[in-house]
Design a protein around this ligand. Structure first.
Ligand code: PLP
Length: 381
């Protein structure tokens, strides 16, 4: 067997399907829109989307239109919502492909309506309210202006308002006062839109944390992202297992060089780690070019030979070193960076803790140069 890549990612698609099924159970009255932005949080857009649909998701959501078009090109016909556009965007392909557009501002509604008129196809839109996130969405009086523009565009047939939505700022802190406040503002936004004559099919606000902990936020559709990949969106509340989720991503490599060194040997750039006794150092062929956080220098956990060790010294571009003491190892032995944790290996959450970030960033940043292998792949659309 010839090896071309020294390190790789394995994604368990059945875990994604079963996580979606679990999230569906949390919101029995709602549909599930699986969020697959950021290349499905690093798991691979098309296979992950198919696995989510297989698990019972009926919608897919993403920030960027290019990802929605890629899903259509792959033959996926489920409803898709894309919500991050800039002025001058070419909306024609999305309208032709029946891709729903999240609209936070009148300028965008006008551009979409103009494109729809020109090609003679009604565009499907979801109006987005900023109910307190302070990010994307129509805020305050801008909401009424957006609703008024939408009512007018719907009357002329250029758009159809399929949905109304908003996004929560603090759903990972279940008793945060902003949660009932945002729900109240959204309820009022929905009331005003419906009173103006809009008849949305789906009203939605819940991300992973809200889907798992806040039934009142479910409305007609929930939009979980991180949790469909089996990671906890609220590690302070509970880990993946607590929420009934199975991590889908596993990251491994084969050791390149193994060597015995005396006490007092400095390791990697800057010699920030020095062996305190005679010891075995192993070289792991992954670094920040693969998405391994340099902030995990000296702290990142790995599993070798069934035992846990920590990154010794600095993470480099393509490699890092681990001091395995007197463990019997050889070049070519396997190192697990993270996985489901079921075999005692670290998890993406452990890497997040080691690097001072969130598990979202750990999995999403695993770079494209790591080949993805899929377990349980099958063709559905
Ligand atoms: C990212 C995102 C989600 C999913 O959030 P998770 O915390 O990953 O579940 C849902 N809706 C919007 C608008 C998003 O940007």
């Amino acid at each position: 067997m010839s090896v071309q890549r020294p390190a790789w990612v394995t994604v368990d698609l059945e875990a994604i399907s079963s996580n979606v099924a679990r999230l569906k159970d949390c919101a029995p009255g709602a549909q599930v829109m699986a969020v697959v932005k950021g290349d499905a949080y690093g798991h691979g857009l098309v296979p992950s989307a198919r696995a989510a649909l297989k698990g019972g998701a009926t919608w897919l959501g993403m920030a960027q239109m290019a990802e929605a078009l890629a899903l259509r090109a792959a033959g996926i016909s489920a409803p898709l919502l894309t919500w991050l556009h800039v002025p001058g965007t070419d909306f024609d392909p999305a309208i032709r492909e029946g891709i729903d557009l999240g609209i936070p501002a009148v300028w965008e509604l006008d551009e979409v309506a103009r494109a729809a008129r020109q090609i003679g196809i009604t565009a499907r839109v979801h109006l987005k309210a900023d109910t307190g996130m302070g990010r994307n969405g129509a805020y305050g009086a801008d909401w009424d202006e957006l609703v008024t523009a939408a009512v007018r565009a719907e009357a002329e047939g250029s758009i159809r308002v399929v949905g109304l939505f908003t996004h929560l700022a603090c759903a990972d802190v279940p008793d945060h006062p902003s949660l009932p406040a945002q729900e109240q503002v959204f309820t009022e936004c929905v009331r005003r839109a419906e009173a103006a004559g809009l008849k949305p099919e789906v009203r939605h606000m819940a991300n992973s944390a809200a889907t798992l902990t806040r039934p009142s936020a479910a409305w007609d559709l929930v939009r979980p992202g991180l949790s469909i990949y089996g990671l906890s969106p609220a590690p302070e509340v509970g880990d993946a297992e607590h929420f009934g989720l199975r991590p889908a991503m596993r990251v491994e490599a084969d050791l390149t060089v193994v060597k015995r060194v005396p006490a007092g040997q400095g390791v990697s750039y800057g010699h920030t780690y020095v062996t305190n006794q005679e010891s075995t150092l192993v070289d792991v062929p992954m670094g920040y070019a693969d998405g391994i956080f340099r902030h995990a220098s000296g702290t990142g956990p790995v599993q070798i030979g069934g035992q846990r060790f920590t990154v010794a010294g600095r993470v480099c571009m393509d490699q890092f070193v681990v001091d395995v003491g007197d463990l019997e190892v050889a070049a070519g032995d396997r190192v697990v960076l993270f996985g489901s944790g079921e075999g005692g290996e670290p998890t993406a959450q452990d890497w997040a803790d080691a690097a001072g970030t969130i598990s979202y960033e750990i999995v999403t940043r695993m770079s494209g140069r790591l080949p993805r292998t899929y377990l349980g792949e099958e063709c559905v659309s």
